[in-house]
Ligand binder design. Structure first.
Ligand SMILES: [Zn+2]
Length: 163
């Protein structure tokens, strides 16, 4: 099932999401539906609050077929710093640079209930931080360094290709 995406401003994007206590069939279904919704919107990440589910569940897929389904994710280590452009399915036509850690270690549970620990770098680390922020009611525009007008996006990407 494909969910409609909640768009700002909406209080449901500003809540502290609740930890998942038990992985039920319903939760596994939510993961599938979140993924379907993300792909339908050409997203590289999605968090449950964006579809009105107040749960600590997020998905990131920066590279095709490299999907991270994170239940109760927690950043347990971070280092470095990087500045890059972000957007958000919940904030259409808005883009801008955000400063993030360049390298993080995330601990979470997968759909099997297995505890995972993943080290992520670069844009994957960025996407994970963006989605985990959603679970704390934080949006990328809260951390915006510089807004990039949509029509300048391509130009910006070309200029910063090798950063
Ligand atoms: Zn977002």
């Amino acid at each position: 099932m494909r969910y409609p995406i909640i768009i700002t401003p909406d209080e449901r994007l500003r809540r502290q999401a609740k930890p998942v206590k038990v992985i039920t069939d319903e939760l596994v279904q939510l993961l599938d539906d979140l993924y379907e919704t993300m792909v339908a919107h050409d997203g590289i990440g999605i968090a449950a609050p964006q579809v009105g589910k107040n749960l600590q569940v997020a998905i990131v897929e920066v590279e095709e077929d490299d999907r991270f389904e994170m239940i109760n994710p927690e950043i347990i280590a971070s280092s470095g710093e990087s500045l890059d452009v972000e957007g958000c399915l919940s904030i259409p036509h808005t883009f801008g640079t955000v400063k993030r850690a360049d390298e993080i270690t995330v601990r979470y549970f997968d759909r099997e209930g297995e505890e995972m620990e993943v080290e992520a770098f670069g844009y994957l680390a960025r996407a994970m931080q963006h989605e985990i922020d959603h679970l704390n009611g934080v949006l990328f525009v809260d951390k915006l360094v510089e807004r990039i007008p949509e029509e300048d996006l391509e130009k910006y990407m070309e200029e910063h290709e090798n950063d």
